[in-house]
Design a protein around this ligand. Structure first.
Ligand SMILES: Nc1nc2c(c(=O)[nH]1)N[C@H]1C(S)=C(S)[C@@H](COP(=O)(O)OP(=O)(O)OC[C@H]3O[C@@H](n4cnc5c(=O)[nH]c(N)nc54)[C@H](O)[C@@H]3O)O[C@H]1N2
Ligand SMILES: Nc1nc2c(c(=O)[nH]1)N[C@H]1C(S)=C(S)[C@@H](COP(=O)(O)OP(=O)(O)OC[C@H]3O[C@@H](n4cnc5c(=O)[nH]c(N)nc54)[C@H](O)[C@@H]3O)O[C@H]1N2
Ligand code: SF4
Ligand SMILES: [Mo]
Length: 710
């Protein structure tokens, strides 16, 4: 390079001495996944982010949100200092204060609430950020309130309830053994968008080795493009579809009789029930041609064991969600696919364990749990998901319409737009005694807080991760924390201290560093070793692998896989049947007046709930809220691409722009959520909930579209 041009090198962001650009390894973490990235730095500032190929488990990939990470980090809406509210709630007027004043104010308010009313009148809430949830539970426990809730009141836990009810209390999401199966069923997941970096490669690699793929999704997506069979049920009808498949498997003797006899109970009752779901009936309910349903069932029977991959959201975002998810997951029991190689929840190799890290099956129990606010509203939740309250009725609980009122709310990353009837949640946030919220940004929810606390984002905070199952990796402060931002862990520890206790139990955690040391303690690697080895250190100690025999010692009340769930049946409220009964949501809705099915929130690669609208590179990809409709519906309604129309639900109406797409099913429209004051959640019904899980019917509500001025 004789005549190289430094400006050209700079423009191309080439690292080296001439340019002063260096690459640091980091964890993107913008969406809660932990993709590894090359962070291009100049003079202490991030100038570019790329996927890395150099660390174990990395593949050089990056999604659009990761590529825009710089705009998330240096965003004008970043919270830099603790602040107290000086205007009205919601107005957004704040004044800088010190950390000590902020934390003392919150702790004093918590103490006062406890003294005057009792600890349960304080709610502690954690949103989508999950990494510090065990310690947030300890904060609630140390203080004494059972009212500790999270965003998982609409995400994942309903699926886990379905799984636990049949497969036992120690089971979670039933990970599919994609590497070892002959055929894989992806049921209502679009990993090409929702796990675009971590999830997509795995599927494509296994298709290359000859694995068959069946995808069950109303829409056409980049995932369904790879399917050998694509079933397109009307949203919310998964239970009927699964029962139809079960009937085929049973009548054609394609199920695993030996497995069913040995490991399950309730088969006869289940069999009698699913016999009602003839192919014709299933086609009428789901819209799936019966030949296709039968073909999928036969493939499952012939290629068993088969894993089924399910999602934290779509199937359970329905008012019959738990029962539908049970219907689907019971196909695993029927085909002998649970707990075996090539099925779901298969035995694996030795596992690296990090202590005190978030695991959805968390073991920390809440104090006084039977007195939480949701106990009587959702008894099955209380039995199957006992480590937090079901908080979907947050508006009611904050408005004092629960069994007792909430006076004080201490939140981490609260986004009140994630709930149905955002207007009611806003009314509630205006009405209660005290609100604190810790976030990276001055969000719409922060504007309702009395005290806001700035937190560090992923590249600013020290982290440890297991890479590729064998290597431990430490990320230091890739960039110095912005302003006075602290980690959530440091905030929790400081609050606990002001309240007079320490979290962590036998291994106390006083600060973020204690948390890191505790996390890595089972691995046999020290923090010092990690800091000295920026490319990671091999883990020394692993948890022993589980065998099929271990997994099939099922932790249900009967000790067997339950086709008829004794726990759900024991909850004895409307909709709590022991069998996975199919109830059609359409019977509960005014479909005559609102004939289109409204599905909300199907993931888009560049959007992440309320997080991605403030990065110009992402926001410019989709500037308005869109309603996606099939060409035949557009034609019937006389609507054209880009036209602004009105969407009406029984809860209200809003303006929205039409996008016409043949990837939709006719009669079903899709709208993304969390878009500021034009959020579809303003007009979603907060009483339209699954009685078992409390999850809202986000993917199968009703609406109609009208031309403006009609
Ligand atoms: N880019 C991006 N990634 C994300 C997120 C994000 O906001 N943006 N969010 C994260 C979170 S919190 C979650 S929970 C996951 C969810 O991610 P996914 O599990 O992939 O969920 P969705 O994209 O909502 O829905 C997956 C597919 O299910 C289909 N579907 C909708 N309703 C039904 C139904 O009733 N039955 C069936 N069988 N299919 C249905 C939709 O058409 C969609 O293509 O994604 C995570 N990843
Ligand atoms: N209509 C409709 N509504 C839905 C859904 C749907 O499909 N349709 N999906 C539901 C689902 S599955 C989910 S998971 C929820 C989304 O759950 P939400 O909790 O609403 O998710 P986000 O908006 O991504 O994140 C909330 C806030 O957390 C902040 N944050 C990010 N990282 C951290 C951190 O480390 N610490 C702190 N303190 N804050 C942080 C972000 O800045 C943001 O303000 O939405 C639900 N709502
Ligand atoms: S999926 Fe995208 S946003 Fe999420 S951690 Fe990976 S690169 Fe970042
Ligand atoms: Mo979610």
């Amino acid at each position: 390079m004789e005549n190289y041009d430094v400006k050209a090198l700079m423009d191309a962001k080439i690292p080296g001495e001439e340019t002063g650009i260096e690459i640091k390894k980091g964890i993107c973490g913008f969406c809660g996944d932990s993709c590894l990235v090359d962070v291009y730095m100049k003079e202490g500032k991030v100038i570019k982010v790329e996927g890395t190929k150099d660390l174990p488990g990395s593949n050089g990939k990056l999604c659009s949100k990761g590529a825009a990470l710089k705009q998330a980090l240096y965003n004008p809406e970043r919270l830099l200092y603790p602040m107290k509210r000086v205007g009205k709630r919601g107005e957004g007027k704040f004044e800088r204060i010190t950390w000590d004043e902020a934390l003392t104010t919150i702790a004093d308010k918590m103490k006062e609430t406890k003294e005057k009313m009792g600890a349960k009148h304080t709610m502690i809430y954690v949103a989508h950020p999950k990494w510090f949830r065990p310690q947030a539970t300890e904060l609630a426990n140390g203080y004494g309130t059972p009212n500790y809730g999270t965003e998982s009141s609409t995400c994942a836990y309903a699926l886990m309830m379905a799984v636990k009810s049949s497969y036992g209390a120690n089971q979670g999401m039933l990970a599919p053994d994609v590497r070892n199966c002959k055929a894989h069923f992806i049921w209502g997941v679009n990993p090409m968008h929702s796990r675009s970096v971590s999830g997509s490669g795995m599927i494509l690699n296994n298709i290359k080795r000859g694995m068959k793929l069946v995808v069950i999704d109303p829409r056409c997506t980049p995932t369904t493009e790879h399917a050998d069979i694509h079933l397109r049920p009307i949203p919310g009808t998964d239970g009927a579809l699964a029962h139809g498949m079960a009937r085929v498997l049973i009548t054609e003797n394609l199920y695993d009789k030996e497995y069913v006899e040995k490991y399950t109970i309730g088969f006869e009752e289940y069999k009698n029930y699913v016999m009602e779901f003839t192919p014709e009936k299933v086609e009428a309910i789901t819209g799936v041609p019966k030949e296709d349903m039968i073909a999928a069932a036969r493939l499952m029977g012939e290629m068993k064991p088969c894993p089924i991959q399910m999602s934290a959201s779509p199937v359970v975002h329905n008012i019959n969600g738990v029962q539908n998810a049970r219907a689907v997951t019971l196909l695993l029991a029927l085909t002998g696919s649970f707990g075996v190689k090539g099925g779901s929840a298969a035995p694996g190799g030795p596992m690296a364990m990090l202590k005190g890290r978030f695991a959805p099956n968390g073991k920390i129990k809440r104090v006084d749990a039977e007195n939480d606010l949701s106990h009587n509203d959702f008894p099955a939740w209380a039995k199957l998901s006992s480590h937090e309250i079901q908080v979907t009725k947050i508006a009611d609980y904050l408005l004092g319409k629960g069994e007792y009122p909430i006076e004080t709310l201490v939140a981490f990353g609260m986004n009140h737009h994630m709930w149905p009837r955002v207007d009611r949640v806003e009314e509630a946030l205006e009405s209660i005694g005290f609100v604190a919220n810790a976030d990276i940004y001055m969000t719409e929810s922060c504007k309702y807080a009395d005290i806001v606390l700035p937190v560090q984002s992923s590249l600013e905070r020290e982290q440890v991760e297991v890479l590729g199952g064998k290597t431990l990796f430490y990320q230091g402060h890739v960039v110095e924390p912005m302003g006075e931002a602290k980690t959530d862990m440091d905030i929790i520890c400081a609050l606990a201290e002001k309240l007079g206790f320490v979290i962590g139990g036998d291994e106390p955690i006083h600060n973020h560093e204690d948390y890191l040391r505790k996390a890595i303690s089972p691995t046999g690697v020290t923090l010092e070793e990690l800091k000295a080895n920026p490319m990671g250190v091999e883990i020394k100690n692993f948890m022993p692998a589980k065998t099929t025999e271990d997994i099939l010692k099922v932790q249900t009340p009967s000790g067997k896989i339950e086709f008829v769930s004794s726990v759900i049946a024991s909850c004895d409220k409307e909709g709590h049947e022991g069998l996975p009964v199919f109830h059609d949501f359409r019977e509960k809705l005014p479909m005559d007046e609102y004939p289109l099915i409204l599905a909300t929130g199907s993931r888009k690669p560049h959007l992440f709930h309320s997080r991605s609208y403030r990065q110009p590179w992402l926001a410019n990809l989709e500037k308005y809220p869109l309603v996606e409709i099939h060409p035949s519906d557009a034609e019937k309604l006389g609507m054209v691409e880009g036209e602004e129309v009105v969407i009406k639900t029984p809860m209200g109406s809003m303006d929205i722009t039409v996008r016409i797409t043949s990837s939709n099913l006719p009669g079903v429209v899709n709208v993304y959520h969390a878009l500021g004051d034009v959020d579809i959640n303003y007009i979603m019904d907060d009483t339209y909930l699954d009685p078992i899980s409390g999850f809202p019917g986000y993917k199968s509500y009703c609406c109609r579209l009208e031309k403006k001025g009609e």
